[in-house]
Ligand binder design. Structure first.
Ligand SMILES: [Zn+2]
Ligand SMILES: [Zn+2]
Length: 216
């Protein structure tokens, strides 16, 4: 697993490179090294978080957090702002997967947050990256991880190491980080830099398979 410091460093490097995603990446850098309890997380969000999360944090009790963690483990809507807090707290203590399907993390059973290509022999190998614990596992690059349908790949403008993979059947998408092209890439961090592609995908009527920590 990538260390929090390496992830934070990468987020700050990308923040300088992609101004449109600067705020999201700077917030992500703080989260990457966060290891405190829920009160400290609430304070961090109150001081540095995006507006929606700040408002949620202001009204959140420990009871609410426990309810959110419970909901998260039962697969409740991950776009709900409370699920953000559950997810940050669960990262350090992910659940055990019980017979995960091939489109779920073999370690913790959660869906992929993004995918990556890594150098292998003369070509590359395709991996899905867990939305919770960042574990990577092999998957067919021609198949939609949500429904098994066919996918199309789109190139992000001005970001030649990120692709967007969209399903022609269920209209779900995720970003594919080309670690084969940029060996410095850390998939779950680089994924946050692709905000422009998220906005474009929303305009196409697509829905991300699993939102990232920033809620996109
Ligand atoms: Zn996992
Ligand atoms: Zn699909």
């Amino acid at each position: 697993m990538v260390s929090g410091n390496a992830a934070a460093q990468r987020a700050l490097t990308l923040a300088a490179r992609y101004p449109a995603a600067r705020e999201a990446l700077e917030f992500h850098a703080r989260l990457a090294t966060f290891t405190g309890d829920w009160r400290e997380l609430r304070d961090l969000v109150a001081a540095h978080g995006p507006r929606l999360l700040r408002e949620t944090a202001a009204n959140m009790s420990e009871f609410d957090l426990k309810a959110a963690v419970d909901g998260y483990l039962h697969g409740e809507d991950r776009r709900h702002p409370e699920s953000f807090f559950a997810r940050v707290m669960l990262r350090h203590d992910p659940p055990q997967a019980h017979r995960a399907h091939s489109n779920q993390c073999p370690q913790c059973g959660e869906p992929p947050g993004c995918a990556c290509l890594r150098k292998e022999n003369d070509g590359s190998a395709f991996f899905l990256v867990c939305s919770l614990c960042s574990h990577e596992w092999r998957f067919a690059r021609t198949q939609c991880p949500a429904c098994g349908g066919n996918v199309e790949w789109h190139v992000a403008e001005g970001m030649d190491h990120i692709l967007t993979q969209a399903c022609t059947q269920c209209a779900r998408y995720l970003h594919v980080i080309r670690a084969d092209k940029d060996p410095e890439a850390i998939p779950e961090v680089d994924e946050v830099a692709a905000i422009a592609m998220d906005i474009w995908a929303l305009e196409q009527g697509w829905e991300k398979i699993h939102p990232n920590l920033i809620g996109l």
